[in-house]
Design a protein around this ligand. Structure first.
Ligand SMILES: Nc1nc2c(ncn2[C@@H]2O[C@H](COP(=O)(O)OP(=O)(O)OP(=O)(O)O)[C@@H](O)[C@H]2O)c(=O)[nH]1
Ligand SMILES: [Mg+2]
Ligand SMILES: [Zn+2]
Length: 302
């Protein structure tokens, strides 16, 4: 028996097949032969299914909306999730320590796709010892990124987060061990996902999540849990488009002496002038300069 079985969303992609989400239920499916030669499905894709001999076959990947991507070693672009509305950048107060570079990078990748972005600072229960990087977080708030301070351990701040994501597909991204999967489990209790302690020796996460997964939270609300990484390269963003991926720089674009100014060493640069006057935070400009020489994820972690 075979027949048309309608539409679904890709929940996860494995080596041999994938899981699709249909009416809130996860079911195994395999890509059709012709699909294997064309667009490979990624998490979040909307797909058309056919049922054949009791198996679900993915016939077609529907045209993609906005995606969050990063660049791998060698320069290939990897899509973390497709058809997303929002990006949630997850960082932690401690264990692993707060690192701001990842925020600059993921935010730029999100801006490039015009995705709404927020920052989630997890492990607030550890703030007593580690302190909260308030000055840095303020810079992101001024750039237009709401910051939520939460603890997956105590549950603090989680209610507000749920109201922020309602009605959208949100992809979480951040270093290994910051608590992305813990957050997914908190927001979707009963979910069968693995969480593991951060290595005491290295202070790093253990890369517990190995593949992205689309988790239904409520009607029309989805959360994508993704594997942690060491480096989030934005080598796929063309150099001349990176300035527009920094909201603080946008008011000054077009005001430089040279129309094709990249705001590096050119004279009479309106962006560098604004940095000098303290209008654009120096750390954000430095992040821009570093990212201008991105080629790919140096560690090669997929
Ligand atoms: N103290 C504290 N620990 C937390 C909190 N949230 C998560 N953890 C712990 O942090 C460790 C890593 O959590 P995960 O949820 O696996 O982190 P992840 O970001 O999914 O990591 P990867 O899958 O490797 O990318 C686990 O031991 C969690 O129990 C929190 O709010 N406070
Ligand atoms: Mg995880
Ligand atoms: Zn300039």
């Amino acid at each position: 028996m075979s027949g048309s079985s309608g539409a679904a969303r890709v929940a996860s992609v494995g080596r041999r097949g994938l899981l699709v989400l249909r009416s809130g239920r996860e079911e195994p499916a395999v890509p059709s032969g012709s699909l294997m030669r064309g667009t490979r499905p990624v998490v979040g894709d909307r797909v058309l299914l056919r049922e054949s001999h009791g198996r679900l076959i993915v016939e077609e990947v529907l045209p993609r909306g906005p995606c969050l991507s990063r660049t791998l070693r060698g320069g290939a672009k990897k899509i973390l999730a497709a058809n997303v509305d929002r990006v949630m950048i997850v960082v932690s107060v401690a264990a692993p320590p707060f690192r701001r570079a990842v925020i600059d990078r993921i935010a730029a990748a999100a801006e490039w796709q015009r995705l709404r972005t927020c920052v989630v600072l997890n492990k607030m229960d550890l703030a007593g010892d580690a302190g909260v990087p308030e000055a840095e977080l303020r810079q992101y708030e001024l750039a237009g990124y709401p910051v939520s301070r939460i603890s997956c351990l105590t549950g603090d701040g989680l209610e507000g987060l749920l109201s922020l994501v309602r009605g959208s597909t949100v992809v979480m991204a951040g270093h290994s061990g910051v608590g992305k999967t813990s957050l997914a489990k908190r927001l979707a209790p009963g979910l069968d996902l693995r969480v593991a302690a951060v290595s005491e020796r290295s202070g790093r996460g253990r890369q517990t999540t190995t593949a992205a997964r689309l988790v239904p939270l409520a009607k029309q609300t989805f959360l994508v849990d993704t594997p942690g990484f060491r480096v989030f390269s934005v080598g796929h963003i063309p150099g001349e488009e990176l300035d527009a991926c920094f909201p603080e720089m946008r008011p000054f674009l077009g005001a430089c002496r040279f129309r094709d100014c990249l705001h590096l060493s050119e004279p009479e640069c309106a962006v560098k002038d604004a940095v000098g006057r303290g209008v654009i935070p120096l750390a954000r400009y430095e992040a821009y300069v570093t990212m201008m020489s991105d080629t790919g994820d140096e560690t090669g972690e997929g």
